[in-house]
Ligand binder design. Structure first.
Ligand code: SAM
Ligand code: SF4
Length: 332
C-alpha cells in the first residue's frame, strides 16, 4: 500500500500521533483540570479499543505515522491499555509506542506494558515534596508516583522520562531539587513551560515560569552545556548536566515555539482529529468510522483535516483564543 503522508499547507509532515484514550483522570492538576473534574465525555462517545486500533492502523499503514503516544486524561485508566499497545506494536511497519502518564497504577502494570511491547514512558511529576505535589494535583499521591516510576525503570522501560511544569510561587524554586532527584535515579527530566490550556482560562504570560528562568535556576546548582544536537521536530532543548552523560531538557513551547518543525497530529478520545494542541477546529472521524467508511475514505478525511493546520500557535497574537477543550480533553 502506498503511503499518503499527512502534509499541511506549510510543508510539514505529521508522523507522530498522540492518541487520547480518555478525558478522565485521577489527579486534578490545577493547570489542566478544575478541582471538581469536568463533564466527562459520555461513554458511548468514546472510541472503543477496536475503533482506536482501526484508526491507528489507518494512520500507520496509509498515512506514514511512525510514532504513537497514548495519553489522556490518564491513559492508565483505560483497562485495555496493554492490549492496545500490543496491537499497535504489531502493525507493519511497527511504530514506536509510548505513553504519557501520571504513573498512578504504573507500579502494578509496568511489566505487562513492557511485555506488550511498550517502548517508553513519560511520567509527569512537578514536585518531590509531598505537600506541594498535593497542592498542585489536589491529591496526596506522591508515593504512588514514585513507586510507579521505580517499577517502570525496573521493568526496563528506559530511559524513564519525567516531565515537570513549574508554577510561580508553588514549585518554581524546585528545579535543581527535581533534577538532583531524577539524576540519582537515572530518570531523564524535562521541564515544560505552562501553556494556556487550563480550564479556568487563568494562564497569563507574566505568571508563566519561562525556560530562561528555569535554566538560570538550574545553573545555580549545575553546569549546563548544550548537547549540540539539532532540536529538529523534538520540542526539548537538551543540555548536558555537569559535563554529561546525564541530560536535562527544556520545552519552551511558549517562549521558543517549535511550530515550524511540528510533526504531530492528535486524535481525541471521541475520535476527532486535531492538527494542533491549540487548534480551534477539529475533524470528526468517529461519525464516518461508525457509518462504515472504508480505510481509504478515513485516510482521505484525515489527510484533508491537516490542510487547515496553522503555521504557528499564535499565543503571542493579541487575537489568540484558547481552545475550548482543556488539556485533559485534548490529550497532552
Ligand atoms: N495524565 C497524563 C499525565 O499527566 O502525564 C497524561 C495527560 S497530561 C494532559 C500530559 C502532559 O500535559 C503532562 O505532562 C502535563 O503536565 C501536561 N500539561 C497539562 N496541562 C498543561 C498546561 N496547561 N501547560 C503545559 N503542560 C500541561
Ligand atoms: Fe490528570 Fe495529567 Fe491533567 Fe494532571 S496533567 S490532571 S495527571 S491529565
Amino acid at each position: 500500500m502506498s503511503i499518503q503522508p499527512l502534509v499541511d499547507r506549510h510543508g510539514r509532515i505529521a508522523s507522530d500521533l498522540r492518541v487520547s484514550l480518555t478525558d478522565r483522570c485521577n489527579l486534578r492538576c490545577s493547570y489542566c483540570m478544575p478541582a471538581e473534574g469536568l463533564d466527562w465525555m459520555p461513554h458511548e462517545g468514546v472510541l472503543t479499543d477496536d475503533e482506536v486500533v482501526r484508526l491507528i492502523t489507518v494512520g500507520v499503514e496509509r498515512l506514514g505515522i511512525t510514532e504513537v503516544r497514548f495519553t489522556g486524561g490518564e491513559p492508565l485508566l483505560r483497562r485495555g491499555l496493554p492490549d492496545l499497545v500490543r496491537r499497535t506494536k504489531s502493525l507493519v511497519p511497527a511504530p514506536d509506542v509510548s505513553i504519557t502518564t501520571n504513573a498512578l497504577g504504573l507500579e502494578r502494570i509496568a511489566p505487562a506494558l513492557k511485555a506488550a511491547g511498550l517502548d517508553r514512558v513519560n511520567v509527569s511529576l512537578d514536585s518531590v515534596r509531598a505537600a506541594d505535589f498535593a497542592r498542585i494535583t489536589r491529591r496526596d499521591r506522591l508515593a504512588d508516583v514514585i513507586a510507579g516510576l521505580a517499577a517502570a525503570h525496573e521493568a526496563g522501560l528506559r530511559p524513564v522520562k519525567v516531565n515537570a511544569v513549574l508554577l510561580r510561587g508553588i514549585n518554581d524554586e524546585q528545579a535543581p531539587e527535581l533534577l538532583g532527584w531524577c539524576l540519582e535515579r537515572g530518570y531523564q527530566l524535562r521541564f515544560i513551560e505552562q501553556m494556556p490550556l487550563d480550564p479556568q482560562h487563568g494562564w497569563t504570560r507574566t505568571e508563566m515560569v519561562t525556560a530562561e528562568e528555569i535554566l538560570s535556576s538550574l545553573e545555580s546548582a549545575f553546569t549546563l552545556t548544550p548537547t549540540g544536537v539539532a532540536r529538529g521536530s523534538a520540542p526539548a532543548e537538551e543540555f548536558l548536566v555537569d559535563g554529561g552523560p546525564a541530560t536535562v531538557g527544556v520545552i519552551a513551547s511558549v517562549t521558543r515555539p517549535f511550530c515550524g518543525d511540528c510533526d504531530r497530529v492528535r486524535l481525541t478520545a471521541d475520535g476527532q482529529v486535531r492538527d494542533c494542541l491549540f487548534a480551534s477546529a477539529e475533524s470528526d472521524l468517529r461519525t464516518p468510522l461508525r457509518a462504515g467508511a472504508t480505510d481509504a475514505e478515513l485516510a482521505d478525511l484525515w489527510a484533508a483535516a491537516m490542510l487547515g493546520k496553522r503555521a504557528g500557535h499564535g499565543i503571542d497574537d493579541p487575537a489568540f483564543l484558547q481552545p475550548a477543550r482543556p488539556m485533559s480533553a485534548i490529550g497532552g
